[in-house]
Design a protein around this ligand. Structure first.
Ligand code: SF4
Ligand code: SF4
Ligand code: SF4
Ligand code: FES
Length: 981
C-alpha cells in the first residue's frame, strides 16, 4: 500500500542512513513514519553502544536488542512483539545470537549491553525460526489468497521472511481450524481458527486500553483468547476501542469493513472529529472510500490508541440522511425547495440585508461550531464582524467551557489548559473533578488509568460513582461524592485544609503570585465557614474524606487536576474554575510536567473555536474587541470598520429574538435546539426569527426551524486544523471530495461574497496564514510546520518556535498568578417539596453529544435511548422498577424516559444523557446559568420523577413536528423524482 504522506521529512530517507547518528535520526523522524520498532522506546540518561550484524548502534540503556536492531536498519523477525506493548517473549521467532552468551535469546526481551555483539541472521537462526513458523502454519487455515488480511498479515510476512516452503506436519491431527467465529461486535470479528495465541490482543486490552476484557483461557493446545468469561465480544466487558484489533498480527481480529471492502490502497493522516482528545488517525482508503481508520502511532495526543467513536463510528459521513443540495423555503411550514448554491446564497444574503434594513444592523448574527475547523470558525466570526457589521457571534463553548476561558484567563492569564496529556505520566496525584474521562475522553482516560496502575493516587470529585472510581486494577483512594451544585464549597474546603494545616507552598506563592490577592484569599478560605466540617452538610461529603484528599493533593508529589463540564456547567462554573486554579497555585502544582490545571474540553475543536474569536467580546487570541490597538490591526487586515462593543451571546440572541430585535441567524454546524437548555424557550426564539440559515450535514433539530439549509461537509471532506484540549493544533486532511461540492469554509467565503464582502482564499492554509499574522500566540503556525512537526501546541511564535507543551513555567502569562476569592453561593436551582430530586446530565462512551453522527452508526447498539439513572432508594419510594417509563418534571418542562435503577447514583440525584432528540433532556433544564459567562447550569435541575404510562405533552408535540418536518423534506425528494432531477 502506498502512503501519500509517508515520505520522510528530510535526509536520505532510509532507516539506516549513515550520515546521521541514531539519536539524530530519532530526533528527525517524520511524523508520517510508522515503523514498528518491536518494543517501546526507553528513556535513560545513559546511552549504550553495541554492534548488530557488524553495525554500531547507540541507544538509550534499557532498550531491547530488537529495537536497537530496527534503529540500525535491521528487522528481526517477530510475531508477539510490537512497539506499543511491553515485550512478552512467547513466539520465539526473534531469536538472535549474542557473542559470549549461550543459546539463542529472544531479542525482544533482551536488553542491550555496552559492547554487545549481536548476530540476527545465521543459518542456525533461520532454521530455528523456520521450525517455529512451521508449527504455527500447521494449525492455520491455508486460505491466504481469500483472507481479508492478505497483504497486511504479519504471519504471512514471517512465513516469507523465514523461507518456509512446506509444512511437514499434516492437518489431520488436532487443530483449531473449525473453531467458531464470533461476529457479535458490529465492527470487528474474532476468528479463532487464525489465532496464533501471541497474546498481543490481551496485552493491548490491558496495557493500552486498561479494560482487561481479554484473557487466554485454557492451557497448551487448548489456549484460546476469551472475552470476559468466554462470552461473545458484544456481551463482554469490551468497550470496542479496537486496540486488540490494531495489535493483532493476523486476521483473527479483523475490521468488518476490511472483510467487506478489501485492503486499502493509500492512506492519509488526519484528526478525529469527535472529542477534545484529538486523536490522530490514518484514514486508509480505496479511492474515495474509507476502508478503516487506524489510530496513528505518532499522534502526540493518542500515541496509536483510539476509542469506539473515532476508530469505528465514521460511517455517518456517507449516511443516506446526508443533506447534499442547498434548499430554501419562505416559512418553516413550507416544503423545502432544492436550489443551486448561487440561489441559496443569494437568498440568504438578501434576507440578511432585508432584515438589517428593517430591524437594524444588530438584528442578525452567527454561531460558529466546535465541530468545524479553526479556519472555518475564524471565517464565520470574520463574516459576522466584517460583513454583518456587528459582533453578534457566539459558539457552543458558551454552553460548555466558557467558564474555563474566563476563570483561567483571570487567574493564570491564558484561557487554556496548562499541560500535555502525556504530562499525566509524571503525576503522583490525580484529582478528577466533574469529568468522566473513560466515557467523555476515553483515550486520555486509558492513559490516566495506566498512571494510576503505576501507583499514582486518584481522587474523584463527582456526584456519581463513575467507572473510574472503581474499575479493574484502578481504584480511587477517595471519592468525594458531592451533591450537584456544591463544587465551590468542596474546592473551598480543600483549600481550607491546605491553608489551615500549613500545607501551602509558600515559596512558590511568594515568588509567582500577587501577594495581596493571595493574602485575601488565604484569609477567606481559612474562615470556619469553609472548613470541611462546616461544608459537610451542604456538600454531602464527609469532612474526613475532604481533609485526607487535601493532604494528598498538597503533599503527595506532583499533583494534577483534570476537570470537565461537571465543573463548568453550573451557576458558579467560573468560580469553581478559579477555585481550582487557586488550589494549583497555593500548592505550587503548576508550571512543570505532572501537575497543572487541565480542562477536558468536550468537542473536538472547542478550544479552537474559542481561540479563533468566536465569542462576541473577543477577537482571535482572546483580545477584547474594545481594545483599539487590536481592533485597528483587524480593521486594516479586513478592510472594514469594526464595532467596539461586544455583541450578543447565544442566550441574549434568544431573548432578543423573542422581543423582536434579533431576526436572522447563520448557524454553522451547531444544533442549538437539541443542545441548549430550556428547549421550549429556544424553539420559541427560533420560531420568531425571519431567516435562519443552517449549515449542517444532516437535517438536525435546528434545521427544522431553518429557511435556508446549506449542506455541510464532514471532517473527511476538507482541509483545516483542530485544536484539542492540550492546545494542540493538528491537521485535518481531506480524504474525499465534499459530498455537497463545497467544504464548509468555501461556503462561508461564498456567503461573504454574496453579502458584498470579498474573501479571496483558495485554500485553508491561507486562512491559517492570516490567523498566524494577526494572532501573537499563533505567529509561528503554518501548514508546513504542522506537516513537519505533526502537531503544535500554542503559543507558537518567535519565543516558542516549536510550540509550548507546558505553560506558565517561569511566570504566569499574566505575570503574577492571581488568587481570586471564591465564595460559595448555593445554586438558584434548589430542591423543594414539588421538585425533591436534582437532575444532572452527561455523556456516554458510545454516543457523542447530540448524537447526530453516532446515532447514524452501529454505536447505537450500545446505547439506543437515553435513560434516567436513579438510586434504588428513590426508585423504590416512587414504585419505579428497572425499565419502567418515568416522567421527569422541572419548572421548565416535562419529559418521559425509561428508568435505570443503579447504585452509581446517590440518593436524591438522578442523571440522564442527552443524545436523542426525542428524549427532551433539555426540555427539563432551565435557563439558570454561570454568573460570568452565561454557561447554562445543565448539571443542576430540581425535578420530580414519577411512573407514567405515556409520553409527555412535549414529546407528543415534538413527534408531530418532527413528522411534519421529515415529510416536508421528503416532499422535496418526491418533487425531484417526479421532475426527473
Ligand atoms: S487474536 Fe490475534 S493478537 Fe490475539 S492472540 Fe490471537 S493472533 Fe494474537
Ligand atoms: S476492543 Fe478494546 S476493550 Fe475490547 S477487547 Fe479489544 S482492546 Fe479490549
Ligand atoms: S472520540 Fe476522542 S478519544 Fe475517541 S478516537 Fe476520537 S478524539 Fe480519540
Ligand atoms: S517477538 Fe520476541 S519472542 Fe515473539
Amino acid at each position: 500500500m502506498s502512503d501519500m504522506l509517508n515520505s520522510p521529512a528530510g535526509g536520505c530517507g532510509s532507516g539506516n542512513c549513515a550520515c546521521k547518528s541514531q539519536a539524530q535520526q530519532r530526533a528527525t523522524r517524520s511524523f508520517f513514519d510508522d515503523t514498528d520498532y518491536g518494543t517501546p522506546a526507553r528513556h535513560a540518561d545513559v546511552d549504550v553502544t553495541l554492534e548488530i550484524d557488524g553495525q554500531a548502534v547507540t541507544v538509550p540503556a534499557g532498550t531491547s536488542v530488537m529495537r536497537a536492531a530496527v534503529e540500525a536498519g535491521v528487522n528481526v523477525p517477530k510475531l508477539c512483539a510490537t512497539d506499543s506493548l511491553e515485550p512478552f517473549g512467547s513466539c520465539r521467532l526473534c531469536l538472535v545470537e549474542i557473542e559470549g552468551k549461550r543459546g539463542y535469546p529472544a531479542s525482544c526481551t533482551t536488553p542491550v549491553e555496552a559492547g554487545m555483539k549481536v548476530r540476527t541472521q545465521t543459518d542456525r537462526l533461520q532454521s530455528l525460526r523456520r521450525n517455529v513458523m512451521e508449527l504455527y502454519i500447521s494449525d492455520h487455515p491455508l486460505d491466504c489468497l481469500t483472507c481479508p488480511a492478505n497483504g497486511d498479515c504479519e504471519l504471512q510476512d514471517m512465513a516469507g521472511v523465514t523461507g518456509l516452503r512446506e509444512v511437514r506436519y499434516g492437518f489431520d491431527g488436532a487443530n483449531h481450524l473449525k473453531d467458531r467465529k464470533d461476529e457479535s461486535n458490529p465492527y470487528f470479528t474474532y476468528d479463532p481458527s487464525k489465532c496464533i495465541v501471541c497474546n498481543r490482543c490481551v496485552r493491548a486490552c490491558e496495557e493500552t486500553q486498561g479494560t482487561f476484557a481479554l484473557t487466554i483461557a485454557g492451557r497448551g493446545f487448548e489456549s484460546r483468547v476469551a472475552a470476559s468469561e468466554n462470552k461473545p465480544f458484544m456481551e463482554s466487558e469490551c468497550v470496542s476501542c479496537g486496540a486488540c484489533v490494531a495489535a493483532c498480527p493476523t486476521a483473527t481480529l479483523q475490521e468488518k469493513t476490511v472483510i467487506m471492502l478489501g485492503q486499502a490502497e493509500h492512506s492519509v493522516v488526519t484528526t478525529c472529529a469527535y472529542c477534545g482528545v484529538g486523536c490522530s488517525f490514518k484514514a486508509e482508503m480505496k479511492g474515495n472510500e474509507v476502508v478503516r481508520m487506524v489510530p496513528h502511532k505518532n499522534g502526540a495526543a493518542n500515541e496509536g490508541h483510539a476509542c469506539v467513536k473515532g476508530r469505528f463510528a465514521w460511517g455517518y459521513a456517507t449516511h443516506k440522511d446526508r443533506i447534499t443540495k442547498p434548499m430554501i423555503r419562505a416559512r418553516i411550514t413550507d416544503p423545502w425547495r432544492e436550489v443551486s448554491w448561487e440561489e441559496a446564497l443569494d437568498y440568504a444574503a438578501s434576507e440578511f440585508r432585508r432584515i438589517q434594513a428593517k430591524h437594524g444592523r444588530d438584528s442578525i448574527g452567527g454561531i460558529t461550531s466546535s465541530r468545524c475547523t479553526n479556519e472555518e470558525t475564524y471565517l464565520v466570526q470574520k463574516l459576522v464582524r466584517a460583513a454583518f457589521g456587528n459582533n453578534n457571534v457566539d459558539t457552543c463553548a458558551r454552553v460548555c467551557h466558557s467558564p474555563t476561558g474566563y476563570g483561567l484567563k483571570t487567574t493564570l492569564g491564558e484561557s487554556a489548559g496548562t499541560q500535555t496529556f502525556a504530562s499525566v505520566d509524571k503525576a503522583d496525584v490525580i484529582m478528577v473533578i466533574g469529568a468522566n474521562p473513560t466515557d467523555g475522553h476515553p483515550v486520555f482516560g486509558s492513559r490516566l488509568k495506566r498512571r494510576v496502575r503505576e501507583g499514582a493516587k486518584l481522587i474523584v470529585v463527582d456526584p456519581r460513582r463513575i467507572d473510574i472510581v472503581d474499575t479493574p486494577h484502578v481504584k480511587a483512594s477517595h471519592h468525594l461524592q458531592l451533591r450537584p451544585g456544591t463544587n465551590v464549597a468542596v474546592v473551598n474546603a480543600l483549600a481550607h485544609v491546605i491553608v489551615t494545616e500549613g500545607l501551602l507552598n509558600e515559596a512558590f506563592v511568594a515568588e509567582r503570585c500577587e501577594t495581596r490577592a493571595f493574602q485575601q484569599w488565604r484569609d477567606f478560605v481559612a474562615l470556619p465557614e469553609n472548613a470541611p466540617e462546616a461544608t459537610e452538610e451542604v456538600t454531602g461529603v464527609p469532612a474526613q474524606g475532604v481533609r485526607e484528599a487535601a493532604r494528598i493533593y498538597a503533599t503527595g508529589g506532583n499533583a494534577a487536576i483534570y476537570y470537565g463540564l461537571g465543573v463548568t456547567e453550573h451557576a458558579q462554573g467560573s468560580t469553581t474554575v478559579m477555585g481550582i486554579a487557586n488550589l494549583a497555585m497555593a500548592t505550587g502544582n503548576i508550571g512543570r510536567e505532572g501537575v497543572g490545571v487541565n480542562p477536558l474540553r468536550g468537542q473536538n475543536n472547542v478550544q479552537g473555536s474559542c481561540d479563533m474569536g468566536s465569542f462576541p467580546h473577543e477577537l482571535p487570541g482572546y483580545r477584547h474587541i474594545s481594545d483599539t490597538v487590536t481592533r485597528t490591526l483587524f480593521e486594516e487586515a479586513w478592510n472594514v470598520t469594526l464595532q467596539p462593543e461586544p455583541g450578543l451571546r447565544i442566550p441574549n440572541m434568544f431573548e432578543a429574538a423573542l422581543d423582536g430585535s434579533f431576526m436572522g441567524l447563520y448557524c454553522q454546524g451547531e444544533d442549538i435546539v437539541q443542545s441548549d437548555p430550556n428547549t421550549h424557550h429556544v424553539s420559541a426564539a427560533l420560531s420568531s426569527m425571519e431567516c435562519i440559515v443552517v449549515q449542517d450535514i444532516f437535517l438536525n433539530e435546528t434545521a427544522k426551524y431553518a429557511h435556508v439549509l446549506l449542506p455541510g461537509s464532514s471532517f473527511l471532506e476538507k482541509d483545516g486544523t483542530f485544536t484539542n484540549a492540550e492546545r494542540r493544533i493538528s491537521r485535518v486532511r481531506k480524504v474525499m471530495p465534499p459530498v455537497p461540492g463545497y467544504a464548509d469554509w468555501e461556503v462561508t467565503v461564498l456567503l461573504a461574497r454574496a453579502l458584498g464582502y470579498e474573501m479571496d482564499y483558495t485554500h485553508p492554509s491561507q486562512i491559517m496564514d492570516e490567523i498566524a499574522r494577526l494572532t501573537p500566540t499563533f505567529h509561528g503556525v503554518s501548514y508546513k510546520k504542522l506537516d513537519e512537526l505533526g502537531s503544535i501546541q500554542w503559543p507558537c511564535n518567535e519565543s516558542a518556535p516549536d510550540g509550548t507543551p507546558t505553560m506558565h513555567i517561569d511566570a504566569f502569562v499574566r505575570g503574577k498568578g492571581k488568587f481570586v476569592i471564591t465564595k460559595f453561593i448555593a445554586s438558584p436551582e434548589k430542591v423543594t417539596r414539588k421538585f425533591p430530586l436534582l437532575l444532572t446530565t452527561g455523556r456516554i462512551l458510545s454516543q457523542y453529544n447530540v448524537g447526530a453522527q453516532t446515532r447514524r452508526t452501529e454505536n447505537s447498539r450500545w446505547h439506543d435511548e437515553d435513560r434516567l439513572e436513579i438510586h434504588p432508594h428513590d426508585a423504590e419510594e416512587r414504585g419505579i422498577k428497572m425499565d419502567d417509563w418515568v416522567g421527569i418534571e422541572s419548572r421548565a418542562g416535562q419529559t418521559v424516559l425509561r428508568a435505570k435503577v443503579t447504585e452509581r447514583m446517590q440518593p436524591g440525584v438522578v442523571y440522564t444523557t442527552f443524545h436523542f432528540p426525542e428524549s427532551g433532556a433539555n426540555v427539563i433544564t432551565t435557563e439558570s446559568s454561570d454568573w460570568a459567562t452565561n454557561c447554562p447550569e445543565y448539571k443542576v435541575t430540581a425535578v420530580q420523577v414519577m411512573p407514567v404510562e405515556q409520553p409527555s405533552q412535549w414529546q407528543k408535540d415534538y413527534s408531530r413536528f418532527n413528522t411534519e418536518q421529515l415529510d416536508l423534506l421528503k416532499r422535496r425528494e418526491l418533487a425531484n423524482v417526479t421532475s426527473g432531477k
